[in-house]
Design a protein around this ligand. Structure first.
Ligand code: 5GP
Length: 202
């Protein structure tokens, strides 16, 4: 489970889509949200959009692996999707906030790799938020304030990437993913492989 968190506007969504294009065995966890759909977003692809009552009913039935309230809207990770992907041996990319990451860490810490993306400066962050042209002025201001509180949690993450260059950040992300995949504890079948090697040597 590969978690990417960042304040809005740090380039996390662009980075995660670029990573998904490059990595065969990585699949995106599609969250459910009560936030209004943005013009370029596709329902079922970027998010599954639903209303508050539907969300709360699912939450009550325990259908979310984690969920949080962000910017006055609910966001949650559907449990069945993650379980199916993990069972079929896929790695999963999560674009979730610090609250979601903390919940996943509590339940599945050995399977979790967390990365926090920082913007190179406050001015770049503001400019990126404004240039998206997707949100109202009020929302942009709210997101700038939200960025500050999201960033306070950077120390809870395993890795930090300062996203001043998309290509460089992508290479860094791939390096993390590859190294984490090579960890001894994640290489299933290694014990029997080494045992066979040792037997063949004796
Ligand atoms: P946005 O509205 O800009 O798409 O997302 C707002 C924030 O909610 C982002 O930080 C994003 O990572 C986070 N988020 C999206 N989906 C989930 C989710 O399923 N769970 C949690 N905890 N946060 C989410």
């Amino acid at each position: 489970m590969f978690v990417l968190s960042s304040p809005s506007g740090a380039g996390k969504t662009t980075l995660s889509h670029s990573l998904l294009d490059k990595e065969q065995n990585l699949t995106l966890s599609i969250s459910m949200t009560t936030r209004p759909q943005r013009p370029k977003e596709v329902d079922g692809q970027d998010y599954i959009f639903l209303n508050k009552d539907e969300f709360l009913a699912k939450q009550k039935r325990g259908e979310f692996l984690e969920w949080a309230e962000v910017f006055d809207h609910y966001y949650g990770t559907p449990r069945h999707f993650v379980e199916d992907a993990l069972n079929s041996g896929k790695d999963i990319l999560f674009d979730i906030d610090w609250q979601g990451c903390a919940q996943l860490r509590k339940i599945l810490s050995n399977d979790l790799v967390s990365i926090f993306i920082l913007p190179p400066s406050a001015a770049t962050l503001e400019q990126r938020l404004r240039s998206r042209g997707q949100d109202t002025e009020e929302t942009v201001i709210k997101r700038m304030q939200g960025a500050k509180s999201e960033m306070q949690h950077w120390e809870a993450y395993d890795y930090i990437i300062i996203n001043d260059d998309l290509n460089k950040s992508l290479i860094q992300l791939q390096a993390i993913l590859n190294a984490e995949r090579l960890k001894r504890t994640r290489c299933y079948g290694l014990t029997s492989f080494v045992n066979t090697l040792l037997q063949d040597l004796s």
